[in-house]
Design a protein around this ligand. Structure first.
Ligand SMILES: Nc1ncnc2c1ncn2[C@@H]1O[C@H](COP(=O)(O)OP(=O)(O)O)[C@@H](O)[C@H]1O
Ligand SMILES: [Mg+2]
Length: 345
């Protein structure tokens, strides 16, 4: 399947790049089972920047890693659901197909580029390896491409960066190199898992502005994973809010921010001042994320929720809040009406 299919009227119909549907996975452990994903569904359209937000342990990284089958094989069990990228069934794909998808159709960047870059080799060598591996260019062509890529990332002196070892560069510069590498094969999807968490606020913003500029230029779909609501509000078109391995709310960022329907989202947003500085710790929701080896029945947010009702002993489905079905919430209380102070008196 191609990324975009043409309808009869010649109108371009967008086909989402990754489609995850009701995915449930477990990590078997000694005498227990970690239920890491409990029904995650999400998609990203070409050119869209989509955020996934949630507290630590909500299953964001597991979703990202599984999308590229980067979790150690046999460490997990897929209980149900499906996961495809550009029409390819990623759960059934063989290793050789996965190698084609990774780095060509999909690139991934992580929080700390030091772990993705080899500390003992110069940046230039590492870039050439990646470029030559995926694009069968000569060394001279690959070198020229690396320089062009770095320059395109607004790096003033690409030759010098190519000569440097990773530790000789600042964190922001390393992440620029990673973004250059990620875009080197013109991927249709870029998964960025907390890409700027290790950077200071100003550099964080510069790096994300760069990421957005390049994605918009090329029509790249971006899945931006973060625990920082301020970053979502500034950079994402749409957002999925995750809790205990499931999406509990989704919608256009502006709508979710203006009218959060799930008490968990409301909690993530509370304390979010009008003008938020990225990097502010917003996770002020009382109580703790339940143990994924012993999840309660019903709504897993129940014990932390000021709005909980007896009905919440039953698991709430993710219900569409508008006719398009883009805006959804999984909460018995809030799907009917906006959450108000007095609505649950
Ligand atoms: N390989 C693994 N084996 C067992 N449990 C895991 C493994 N990887 C992740 N988990 C668990 O899955 C849950 C979700 O983790 P993760 O996706 O990393 O959360 P997030 O990225 O949202 O902080 C956590 O409870 C984590 O401990
Ligand atoms: Mg994570």
């Amino acid at each position: 399947m191609t990324m975009q299919s043409q309808s009869m009227s010649n109108r371009v119909v967008q086909v989402p790049v990754p489609i995850i549907d009701d995915l449930c996975i477990e990590f078997p452990a000694y005498k227990s089972t970690v239920k890491a994903l409990n029904g995650v569904s999400l998609h990203v359209n070409p050119g869209e920047i989509v955020g996934v937000i949630g507290e630590s342990g909500s299953g964001k990284s597991v979703t990202a890693m599984l999308s590229l089958r980067l979790l150690p094989e046999r460490s997990y069990l897929v209980k149900s659901g499906s996961l495809s990228i550009l029409g390819r069934d990623m759960l059934a794909a063989r290793e050789k197909d996965l190698l084609k998808v990774r780095g060509r159709d999909v690139a991934m960047i992580f929080q700390e580029p030091m772990t993705a870059l080899n500390p003992t080799r110069r940046i230039g060598r590492q870039m050439l390896d990646v470029i030559i591996h995926h694009q069968h260019l000569s060394k001279a062509q690959a070198h020229a491409k690396a320089i062009a890529l770095l320059r395109d990332m607004h790096i003033a002196d690409p030759e010098q960066v190519m000569e440097s070892y990773p530790f000789e560069l600042s964190g922001g510069m390393r992440q620029r190199v990673m973004i250059a590498l990620a875009f080197s094969c013109d991927p249709q999807l870029l998964i960025a898992d907390e890409p700027t968490t290790a950077l200071d606020v100003t550099v964080q913003r510069q790096v994300l502005l760069l990421l957005r500029e390049k994605a918009r230029e090329r029509g790249t779909a971006i899945l931006l994973i973060t625990h920082d609501m301020a970053l979502v509000s500034q950079f994402c078109d749409r957002v999925y809010v995750m809790y205990t391995g499931a999406v509990v709310e989704q919608g256009m960022t502006a709508e979710v921010m203006a009218d959060p329907r799930h008490p968990y989202t409301k909690g993530l947003l509370s304390g979010l001042p009008e003008q938020v500085e990225p990097g502010t710790d917003l996770m002020t929701i009382p109580g703790q994320v339940p143990n994924l080896s012993a999840l309660p029945d019903g709504c897993t947010f129940r014990d932390r929720c000021a709005y909980a009702l007896p009905k919440c002993l039953e698991r709430p489905p993710l219900i569409a809040l508008d006719a398009f079905g883009d805006r959804k919430s999984a909460c018995w209380v809030s799907t009917c009406e906006p959450l108000g102070q007095e609505s649950l008196a």
